[in-house]
Ligand binder design. Structure first.
Ligand SMILES: [Zn+2]
Length: 303
């Protein structure tokens, strides 16, 4: 495993060599497709073959038996891996003995290895993009898939469209021996996490961290330091940019409807959250989330 902090985050251990040089080589891809593994999605969930453990990399025969296509070349490990979708309803797939599970649950429950989870993340980001970008954003005409799934071209106006990844800053705001964590209404009860928000046009990561911190909790942040990043394919393709920043004041004012609560936690409290011994039962997100990586680093004095 690579040694940088990003390598320890969820969905970061992708073993595939993407082999972009093959994307326009139809003959080579057709040859690889014969023996390739397939990731198949149905209604934004992953289709697995039931078993102990369940298997998310389907054989060609298994994928074709449920009517899956394979428009996206994800890369190569020992074999090529392609991604595709089936239009068969998840309930019918379950009746036929498959599991159909959302990616977050697959990762949290460790149903597959971290390496396969990362491949599933790449597949989900790409297949979601195709599902939502069938028509040209410039002229509205139906677009064609090219470059082994890595580009859509408009035959009417000539526009080319590329898969997008949206940058999101996620930040551990600290001051002295305490840090700010917040919770959204949709979080599991008693879970608190780092503040986060989308980077807007014309901003640096640092600017986005300072703006989001002010918008969400009314705190001014000073210098911002990058710590690690993480591909996060939920709900769609995002890149989480994990940062640390020092708060310049201490009065929290929740200014954002998206937050149900935000407060300061001492280092001792965060250590109890990690150990599962916080007196109020408060905890932070599991290991697959980069918030976990940031909090671990802060607790261990690495950031
Ligand atoms: Zn067009």
């Amino acid at each position: 495993m690579k040694s940088e902090p990003s390598a320890a985050t969820g969905f970061a251990s992708n073993p595939l060599d993407r082999r972009a040089d093959l994307r326009d080589d139809r003959a080579a891809l057709d040859k690889l497709l014969d023996a390739a593994d397939r990731v198949v999605m149905s209604a934004e969930k992953i289709v697995l073959v039931a078993g102990e453990p369940p298997r998310a990399l389907l054989t060609r025969a298994e994928a074709e038996a449920i009517g899956a296509d394979a428009p996206v070349f994800l890369g190569m490990d020992e074999r090529a891996v392609f991604g595709g979708s089936t239009g068969i309803d998840p309930e019918i797939l379950k009746e036929r003995g498959h599991l159909v599970i959302d990616l977050r649950s697959i990762a949290v429950q460790k149903l597959v290895s971290p390496e396969v989870a990362a491949i599933l993340g790449e597949a989900k980001s790409m297949l979601d993009w195709h599902a939502r970008h069938g028509f040209c954003a410039r002229c509205g005409h139906a677009t064609d898939i090219n470059n082994a799934g890595w580009r859509r071209d408009c035959p009417a106006c000539g526009a080319t469209h590329f898969p997008r990844t949206d940058p999101v800053v996620i930040m551990l705001i600290h001051r002295g021996d305490k840090c700010v964590l917040g919770r959204k209404p949709q979080f599991a009860p008693q879970m608190y996490s780092c503040l986060a928000g989308f980077v807007e046009a014309g901003e640096t990561f640092e600017d986005a961290v300072r703006r989001e911190t002010l918008e969400e909790v009314g705190l001014k942040a000073g210098a911002v330091r990058y710590y690690a990043s993480q591909p996060w394919p939920m709900p769609f393709s995002q890149l989480m940019i994990g940062c640390m920043a020092e708060a310049l004041d201490e009065t929290i004012t929740i200014q954002d409807d998206e937050l149900a609560d935000a407060r300061w936690f001492t280092r001792d409290e965060v250590a109890m959250m990690r150990a599962g011994t916080h007196p109020e039962g408060i905890f932070f997100p599991p290991r697959i989330a980069i918030a976990h990586t940031l909090l671990q680093a802060w607790l261990d004095g690495k950031a």
